[in-house]
Structures are given as C-alpha cells and as structure tokens.
Ligand binder design. Sequence first.
Ligand SMILES: Cc1ncc(COP(=O)(O)O)c(C=O)c1O
Ligand SMILES: N[C@@H](CCOP(=O)(O)O)C(=O)O
Length: 516
Amino acid sequence: MAATHLLRSSPFLQNPNPNTTHHTFKPRSTIKCTISSQPNTPISKHRRPADESIRQEAHRRHDTSKNTFSAKYVPFNSDPNSEESYSLDEVVYRSRSGGLLDVQHDIEALKAFDGAYWKSLFDSRIGKTTWPYGSGVWSKKEWVLPEIDSDDIVSAFEGNSNMFWAERFGKQFLGMNDLWVKHCGISHTGSFKDLGMTVLVSQVNRLRKMGKPVYGVGCASTGDTSAALSAYCASAGIPSIVFLPANKISMAQLVQPIANGAFVLSLDTDFDGCMQLVREVTAELPIYLANSLNSLRLEGQKTAAIEILQQFDWEVPDWVIVPGGNLGNIYAFYKGFHMCKELGLVDRIPRLVCAQAANANPLYLYYKSGWKDFSAVKAKTTFASAIQIGDPVSIDRAVYALKNCDGIVEEATEEELMDAMAQADSTGMFICPHTGVALTALHKLRNSGVISPTDRTVVVSTAHGLKFTQSKVDYHSKVIPDMACSLANPPVNVKADFGSVMDVLKSYLESKDSKK
Ligand SMILES: Cc1ncc(COP(=O)(O)O)c(C=O)c1O
Ligand SMILES: N[C@@H](CCOP(=O)(O)O)C(=O)O
C-alpha cells in the first residue's frame, strides 16, 4: 500500500497507523491561534507551551505506533516452524536450547507501508528535537522497539552521526574517490555503543516501571559498553555495575563509569573472563545483562546501517567495513541493511567486511578455515584494546551475517593498524585504533583488487580517537618496541630564542619544498 499521502502534514505529525488518528494533536498553527486568542496569555514562540517538556509533548501527541507494530524474542536463526518466542518484557537472554535470541519484528505489519513511506518518515525526523525522534535510533522507533511508550525512553539523542568523505585519505593512500568514514564514535559517550544502550536501558526503565525485579544493570566491558551503560543508567537513575579487566582499558574509558557513578569492579582477568563472570552473576541476581548477548542492544545498533543508506539518499554502498570483537555489531549492520531490503527501501545490500586485530582473531581464523573449525583463542594484548576478545558471544550471528552478504573477514597486525591510524590522522581524522584495523582491511582488499577504486566504500569508525590518546602518544614518540612507527610526527624541542626557532623553521620549510 502506498501511504505517502499520510506525509503531507508536518513531519512531527506522521502517523504510522492508517487506522488511527492523532486526535490529541493540534497542528502548530492551531496552537498559536488558540494561545493568541486568550487575553492574558503571551504568544508562544515555540510549538509547545513553555511549561511543557518535550517528553510531555510526546505524551500529549500520543504515539500510535505501539498499537500497530510489535516485536518479540525468538531463537536466533530458528526453524520457521518453531513456536518458541518470548515477550520483550521477559528477562531472557538465551533460547531453551541455550542458543542466541533475536528480536523478530512483525514484518507483515511493517509491510503494510511501502518503502517510500518509511524513507519519507525516517527522513522527516532527522535532526529534530521532537521526543524521541530527535535520536537517530528512535527516529526508527517502529523498527526498533515499537511497543515502548515514549515516556519510558532514555535517550541522549544519539545517532545521526556524521559520514566523513575521506577525500584526501582515499585519493592519497588508496586511489579511491568514494570512500567514507561513518563516525559512530562521535557520540554521547564516544562510541557506537550508545546506539544499543539507549534501547536496552529504555527497556529496563519500562520493566522497572512495570514492577519487574530489575535492581540494576551489569556488563562486562573492554571500555565502551561500560561507558555507555553507566551514562544511560545515570541519566535514568538506575544502578549500573561494570566488570572491567584490570589494566586492559584506556584511562579515558575507565574514568567514564567512575564519573557516572557506576559500581566498578576491576578484575584480574581479561574481557572473556569478565564476560563469563557477568553471565554467571546475572543468572543469580536481579541484575539485567547489558552486553550484546542481549539481542535488544542490536536493535539500536542496526540503525547505523539504516542511517548510512539514508545519508546516501537511499543508494546502497558497495562495501561496509566494520571492526569486530564480541561480534554483535557486524550482525546488527547486516540486520539493518536486510530490513531495508525486505521492506522495500532498497533493492540490495552491501557486502560486509569484518576486520579483526591479528592478536584477537578467532573469526578470521574460522573464516580462513572455510567456516570449518571454530575455536576460541586467548586474545593477546592489542592497541585495539576494545576488540581484545577471544571468545565472542555473537560468533553465530557474525557467521550468519557474513554468509548472507558474501562477506569477508580480514585481520591487521599491530604495526598495520597503528600505521593506518596514523595515516588517517595525517589527513585530518582522529580515529581510534579499531578504525585503524578496519582501514587496514580496506588497504588489503584494495591491494588485492577485491575492492575496486570506484567502489563506494564505508569504513565504520567505532569509537572516538580521544579515548585512545596514549596509543597515539606512544606511536608518535616512537617508544613502541619492535615497531618502526614510520609515520611518527614527534614534537621538536627548540630553545626559546628567535635564532633557534628560525633555524628549525627554515629547515622544515626546505624539507617541505624538496617534497613538492
Ligand atoms: C571501539 C570498538 N570497536 C569495535 C568493537 C567491536 O564490536 P563488536 O563487539 O560488536 O564486534 C567494540 C566492542 O567490542 C568497540 O568497543
Ligand atoms: N567492546 C565492547 C566489548 C563488549 O561488547 P558487547 O557489545 O557485547 O557489550 C566493550 O566496549 O565493552
């Protein structure tokens, strides 16, 4: 059914349910008119009365999407005849057989609207302050958590992250002119985890309001999940508990949950050890599990894929390269792209590349074995510390995603990822080492001719470079053992007198001139 006619009025008004109307809504002009006709009431400059918050405004407008669309947990990649399913209001992370779960949407209900309808609806909500659609995640609410009341949503208006045209990097290092970096790390807590955490914490907020025994929310983390969890919980007044591997995350990441008032456990183990512990603990205590084992998180993360399409005006890129650790995100991207195809917004999906650090590469090894033998590995120290994970919980999801999009897995050594990060930074970016892993994968696939110079390619940057300054300082100071740090750009110590400064500058300018 073509439903674009529903979009004629203000974008704030769009009603995804053809059978209901926004009976409580008054168009902007009506509100102004009503207010100005009352003698002592000042004319409102804004679309809502001064004493009304955006949350109350959303309430007044009454979100009808929750009457139309629905979603539930089902076993991941289950037999279509399986009847096993769970309400999203249950606390459940695993299927009866111990497998992963997935959030399944009522696709038939969503299909009552055509692709053009969804594109216009999502486009109309970008960058607004309307609760909750100002968020890049909640602007796709009908596809994320359709049944949650907007009142229960905990959001920092995350998402809508910029896509950077890597003009100079692409031309200079790869001979490409259609290379893009999706900066998911330019975000509230500095990583893509905000996209998933707004969904998970919102659902927890709802469960607590329903009186369910959820006293806090916990996660194991390499630094980004914990930062996002603690920020969103703090914003909603919900206790958060984070399990961190001692001395394995950056100082900037460690201070985030501390500052946000989380209960921080620093454990003498690695991420996989923390993950094992948090799973055991959340099975015993009324602490809700916030890692991506919990499929709710991926509903938020998948919106980054939808956003990429939206930013290309619904044209599909050829490649999307994503750094992988616990492997939830690669599946989330696949799911976002796949839903857009299934619901008629696009006619194909991009090929995905999952990039791993060679020091933590269980997926890469599995891929290289022709998907024959999966073994967890003991992850070694890597500058890409947020993906130092040897036993990824979402391995099955990642394999499913890659097989269904003709995907590829690549790896990056420490020197490769650090050089790639330095190269990118030298062209005006300030990326994290994980993005260096993804850029290394791109280099390799360009060199082997798999990715061609004209392929439209998106590299997903997963965290903000400012979280990883120590690795950049070490590189540019050339203090990393067994690494040439060939792109190091250390500061020059100069005596504070005119002659010394002039000498140094002359030889700098001469060196630049000779390179012309
Ligand atoms: C910065 C960063 N990049 C990439 C990843 C990998 O994401 P995933 O665990 O979903 O594979 C993570 C977390 O694992 C991360 O924190
Ligand atoms: N990089 C992650 C590792 C945990 O991943 P999750 O997506 O399963 O929470 C982190 O920052 O903790």
